[in-house]
Design a protein around this ligand. Structure first.
Ligand code: FEO
Length: 396
């Protein structure tokens, strides 16, 4: 599909994809690996696709261009979902140079163990294709050390790599063609929360730098999902908002439970919160029965979280440990938290959870709440009171 007269979307839409980054990240809406062919006096291709689709990609590309006519293969970052078809392409595009950042050359060599014909570029470097030229903008750690964006003059397209993208499979190429806008933005938020959030400080700086360059961007062509041509300002503003201590009026309660005691505790605490802050969105997730990537998205958008687990042997339940580990990796800032849980003979649970939360950058509520065996009516009332006090601690 053509984006402009000179630029063609060589895409692999992966409708079946349900897990990404191995088994780590859920992708209910599938995804796409977006590669772009630019025809000018010189011919360039930006990125490839994941290895399982390499042959299909090469075959599609051959219908568009003779591979030995390709002058440049531009790699915006070396992660295998975009570089997987590189070995096959390099083998057949015999006259092409690989254009990447210095870190990109290192990662490509690290993955494919080949000393190909590399030309490294840095921010501000330009590559003339004939009528139009590409300007490179390095964006290290968004989200890989070698990430870079490229701006194509004339067509005014910013190839943004993973930044501003979403895992969203669709034959509709552009944002204004997508029917379910709410879902598109949810997927963009989920992508940010799970992948970009740990690098928020670098994201703000890079987006501000991008704005200050005053590039006449008509299109943002991402490495995954839908291409932005209508909502360019909206998605850029969203990224600035998301990367700057983002929080909505929401408290998320994540718990696991063996015999329903910790679940009952979670529900009583939620009632307490709602009784004093009616406008606050309160959401509960059993971490053993919910998708971790969705929980992370909800944690990301919350002003505060509560984590609950019973004591299990000398520790906590494994789904709680897993979600805590994932939350820790996000380096979130400006959020508050507390812990709760039931126990039989060892109330070690809340101490373990509190240590995790503190080491993950949360401001911890001075109280935790634990119940031996199962909460009775009196304890349920205390749990509601705990919820009220926590809501007051969190504030509006
Ligand atoms: Fe889409 Fe970071 O690879």
């Amino acid at each position: 599909m053509k984006i402009t007269e000179n630029v063609t979307w060589i895409v692999k839409i992966d409708w079946e994809l349900r897990k990404f980054h191995g088994e780590q990240l859920s992708t209910y809406k599938g995804s796409s690996y977006n590669s772009y062919l630019i025809r000018d006096e010189k011919i360039a291709i930006i990125d490839t696709v994941w290895k399982p689709f390499a042959e299909e990609f090469i075959s599609n590309l051959k219908q568009q261009v003779e591979l030995d006519k390709i002058d440049y293969i531009i790699v915006t970052h070396a992660e295998p979902d975009h570089s997987g078809a590189l070995p096959l392409l390099v083998e057949q595009a015999k006259n092409a140079k690989i254009i990447c950042s210095a870190n990109g050359a290192k990662s490509i060599k690290g993955y494919y163990h080949k000393d190909w014909n590399f030309q490294t570029v840095k921010s501000g470097d330009k590559l003339s294709l004939g009528k139009n030229e590409i300007t490179f903008i390095e964006a290290p750690m968004l989200h890989w050390p070698d990430t870079m964006m490229c701006f194509l003059s004339g067509d005014n397209i910013l190839f943004s790599s993973d930044v501003l993208g979403q895992h969203y499979a669709s034959y509709e190429l552009f944002d204004d063609k997508v029917e379910d806008k709410e879902l598109l933005y949810y997927e963009a938020l989920k992508y940010f929360a799970n992948i970009i959030a740990p690098f928020s400080k670098k994201t703000i700086k890079k987006i501000e730098e991008l704005i200050s360059l005053n590039l006449p961007i008509d299109t943002i062509a991402t490495a995954h999902g839908i291409i932005w041509r209508k909502d360019i300002k909206t998605i850029i503003d969203k990224y600035l908002e998301w990367s700057n201590g983002y929080k909505e009026n929401q408290i998320t309660i994540v718990y696991d439970t063996m015999y329903d005691s910790t679940r009952k505790m979670a529900e009583s605490i939620a009632e307490g919160i709602k009784s004093v802050d009616k406008d606050c969105v309160v959401k509960l997730f059993n971490s053993a029965r919910s998708d971790n990537s969705d929980i992370i998205t909800e944690v990301f958008r919350s002003k505060a979280i509560l984590i609950g687990s019973p004591t299990y042997n000398n520790g906590i339940l494994n789904s709680t440990a897993a979600i805590l580990e994932e939350i820790k990796g996000l380096s979130l800032e400006g959020k508050k938290a507390a812990s709760f849980g039931s126990y039989g003979w060892s109330p070690a649970n809340v101490k373990i959870i509190n240590e995790f939360l503190q080491n993950s950058g949360f401001e911890l509520f001075e109280e935790s709440v634990k119940t031996q065996w199962s909460p009775n009516q009196e304890e349920m009332t205390k749990l509601m009171e705990f919820g009220k006090k926590f809501a007051e601690f969190v504030g509006k």
